[in-house]
Design a protein around this ligand. Structure first.
Ligand code: PMP
Length: 447
């Protein structure tokens, strides 16, 4: 059955993408960190639905919340009518919001996916400001619909000004290293101040506090505060995409809380639905100027997702799982960093909380000449000369991990970053097993 299911699905599904090709397993049961395949093999799931499963698979409080709705006789589909389930979800969500936003927040249910919420956020700031331009960052990922794609890192769009995201290792702008964040911030500031640059006053700036799909690149808190100051000073709404970083993942309930930055708009999805599809934007009330009917959608009222989401949010809050993610993540980062001493192909280990990336490089590759950049007549020193990315090696590590019962995915511009996104509920022993299996996989394929 296992082989047949895989073969049929890989053959029938679009060539664009199916995880089934990269991860040939057929999950039939799951609990917490563990997935069991149709062939009886068990895996530690560090993909977690691309970071969705804050409480892991089939957490009892989530199942209980879903069952309660199913058994209550409440309607499952009500468009976005007011319901007790929605009321409970919104109350719990508002309870978690950063101070400064919580007391004056509005919510727009979007959905069902993160990309839908990104679209709504872009539409909101464009309506509120009457402007159309957008500031976004190299390496960003915001989704696969037209507006979200336009805001994502690699896309070309005349309305979007692409800014350097601070990245001290292998910075594509050649401004990495310890001063990288400072230089990236000055780059943005001088671009916006330069009336000759041709950058029109934009409708908003959109950023991820940690770039996830972009290769697990945490933005320094000081840089985030600079971006807040830059946008506030120029009345540009700041949209923070916490689709992947939210609900405790990075060691704070929302990743912006590390820096104290209060965004104007937050884009939320993934973990807020407790493993079911749910996406919302929350934003400052004075931006709520779009007319009735400006945003709609049939699937904005998923009762099961709201119930599962409310249960997840309150469980993470009451059990201090963000703090747990911070402690555990720091320990795992520490252990994984020792691997970069052991293996020349481990270029950098980085992350925040339980959002961890291991970037693989080719130690024998040619080192490209660093590019010098000039800003305000100040010649900037390029960051440390990076080694070339090693996407084939990364794919081999992913396969070797799977062979050892560890599910990981790749990210980054070159698909050379092994990403770990385990549930926040993992035990110390499970965290150690993840590190051991990854080390083992590296030892098997690395030179
Ligand atoms: N924003 C971020 C930061 C994401 O990581 C993702 C998904 N990986 C999205 C938006 C898009 O979400 P979805 O895939 O649900 O459309």
């Amino acid at each position: 059955a296992h082989e047949g299911i895989l073969r049929r699905q890989c053959a029938r599904e679009s060539a664009a993408r199916t995880y089934a090709r990269a991860l040939p397993i057929v999950p039939v049961r799951a609990r917490g960190l563990t997935i069991e395949g149709a062939d009886g093999r068990r895996y530690l799931d560090c993909l977690s639905g691309a970071g969705t499963l804050a409480l892991g698979h089939n957490h009892p409080v989530v199942l209980e919340a879903i069952r309660k709705v199913l058994d209550s006789g409440a309607p499952l589909h009500v468009l976005d009518l007011a319901t007790p389930v929605k009321d409970a979800f919104t109350t719990e969500l508002f309870h978690t919001l950063p101070p400064g936003l919580a007391d004056r927040a509005r919510i727009q249910f979007c959905g069902p996916a993160g990309t839908d919420a990104v679209e709504a956020a872009l539409k909101l700031v464009r309506t509120a400001t009457g402007r159309s331009g957008l500031l976004s960052f190299a390496g960003a990922y915001h989704g696969m619909t037209a507006g979200a794609l336009e805001a994502s890192g690699g896309a070309q769009d005349v309305r979007v000004t692409r800014l350097p995201y601070p990245q001290d290792y292998r910075c594509p702008f050649g401004i990495g290293g310890p001063r990288g964040a400072e230089l990236a911030a000055r780059w943005t500031e001088s671009l916006l101040d330069d009336t000759k640059s041709g950058v029109p006053q934009p409708a908003g700036m959109i950023l991820e506090p940690v770039q996830g799909e972009g290769g697990v690149i945490p933005a320094p808190d000081a840089w985030l505060r600079r971006m807040r100051a830059v946008t506030e000073h120029r009345s540009i709404p700041l949209v923070v995409d916490e689709v992947q970083t939210g609900v405790g993942r990075t060691g704070a309930f929302w990743a912006v809380e590390h820096s104290g930055v209060v965004p104007d708009v937050m884009v939320l999805s993934k973990a807020i639905g407790g493993s079911l599809p749910l996406a919302v934007i929350v934003y400052r009330d004075d931006l709520d100027v779009w007319p009735p009917g400006a945003h709609a959608g049939t699937f904005r009222g998923n009762q099961l997702a709201m119930a599962a989401g409310a249960a997840t949010l309150s469980y993470v809050r009451e059990n201090a799982l963000a703090e747990r993610a911070a402690t555990l993540g720091a320990r795992m980062l520490d252990q994984l960093r020792r691997l970069s001493d052991e293996f020349a192909c481990v270029g950098e280990v980085r992350g925040r909380g339980l959002m961890i990336g291991v970037e693989l490089v080719d130690p024998d590759g040619a080192v490209p000449a660093p590019t010098a950049v000039e800003l305000d007549d100040d010649p900037l020193l390029a960051g440390p000369a990076p080694l070339p990315a090693a996407p084939q090696l990364a794919a081999a590590v992913r396969d070797a991990c799977l062979h050892r019962g560890l599910i990981v995915e790749l990210g980054g511009r070159h698909s050379s970053v092994v990403r770990l996104l385990p549930p926040l509920t993992i035990t110390d022993e499970q965290a150690a097993a993840i590190v051991d299996r990854l080390a083992d996989a590296l030892a098997a394929v690395a030179r």
